[in-house]
Design a protein around this ligand. Structure first.
Ligand SMILES: NC(=O)c1ccc[n+]([C@@H]2O[C@H](COP(=O)([O-])OP(=O)(O)OC[C@H]3O[C@@H](n4cnc5c(N)ncnc54)[C@H](O)[C@@H]3O)[C@@H](O)[C@H]2O)c1
Length: 262
């Protein structure tokens, strides 16, 4: 796929991994459309910074308020990409949340929250683009899953289950849509020091006054075969590869420093 002049949607593209994906596609000459929870002041500030940096570099960028749990909001996101840039080529369903708790302590509401965003949200974002991709007989989905979508996780079981669902969604999309020349692949990142780790997973340590960047760095370094955490740029590089790889569909690609091997 030629990325110069293409249009790419990235949900949760304001910060963290999503920002890495947005920057990687913009560097290839793609126009990017960020769908995120812009009603949240912190997310809106991150989005403003990301879009300003990209615009200064000459990229085409548009940001849309989207809650991926809402089917109509996902449809409006696709419509905004088409009306702003006149085409849509790649959809990255990246938005995600975690409530890191052992299963015995996970409430039904917390289970639903993670499944609603990580599994149903990814489904709704992809589903919104299927009619357009079907019409143009081309298109590519990249779903941000996790190594937690390949191996159960003690202390984050509901999150892992929702990421297994995201991998299953991706594989099923790839099989249903292959005859239409529409591809679907997932990326399974390992450990990244984004807000998800520094504020959500290490929230208790943060509340106790610890420097969670240091705690994260030590943990990720010790527990990753390559001896370092991943970066948003690593994940962006993989997303660009998957968008370009015209004969690759249905894979769940680990970008995890050797942490997971299948
Ligand atoms: N950080 C890691 O180590 C890691 C590892 C594997 C997978 N992931 C996955 O990567 C993705 C990005 O996470 P991150 O680490 O950058 O965390 P992050 O918290 O920095 O970013 C998450 C993004 O998703 C957005 N989001 C959350 N709920 C949303 C909703 N309902 N609608 C629209 N947007 C929503 C947030 O506003 C934010 O922009 C997630 O799917 C996460 O599960 C992260």
């Amino acid at each position: 796929m030629e990325l110069q002049g293409s249009t790419v949607i990235v949900t949760g593209g304001s910060r963290g991994i999503g920002r890495g994906i947005v920057e990687a596609f913009a560097a290839e000459g793609a126009n990017v459309v960020i769908g995120d929870l812009l009603g949240n002041a912190e997310v809106a500030a991150a989005c403003a910074e990301t879009t300003a940096v990209l615009r200064a570099a000459g990229a085409g960028v548009h940001a849309v308020e989207v809650d991926v749990r809402d089917p109509a909001a996902n449809e409006a996101l696709v419509a905004a990409a088409l009306s702003t840039f006149g085409r849509l080529d790649v959809v990255c369903a990246n938005a995600g949340v975690i409530v890191p708790k052992p299963l015995a302590q996970t409430s039904a509401e917390e289970w639903d929250f993670m499944f609603d965003v990580n599994a149903k949200g990814a489904f709704l974002t992809c589903a919104a683009a299927i009619p357009h991709f079907t019409e143009q007989k081309a298109g590519c989905f990249v779903v941000t899953a996790s190594i937690a979508g390949k191996r159960g996780q003690a202390g984050a079981g509901a999150y892992a289950a929702s990421k297994f669902a995201a991998v299953g969604l991706t594989q099923s999309l790839s099989m249903e849509l292959a005859p239409l020349n529409i591809r679907a692949n997932a990326i399974c990142p390992g450990y990244l020091g984004t807000s998800m780790w520094l504020n959500d997973i290490l929230g208790r340590q943060k509340d106790a006054g610890k420097d969670t960047s240091q705690v994260f760095e030590r943990f990720a370094t010790q527990n990753t075969p390559l001896g370092r955490p991943q970066t948003p740029a690593d994940i962006g590089q993989a997303a660009v590869y998957l968008a370009r790889a015209d004969n690759v569909t249905g894979v769940a690609l680990n970008v995890a420093g050797g942490l997971e091997q299948w």
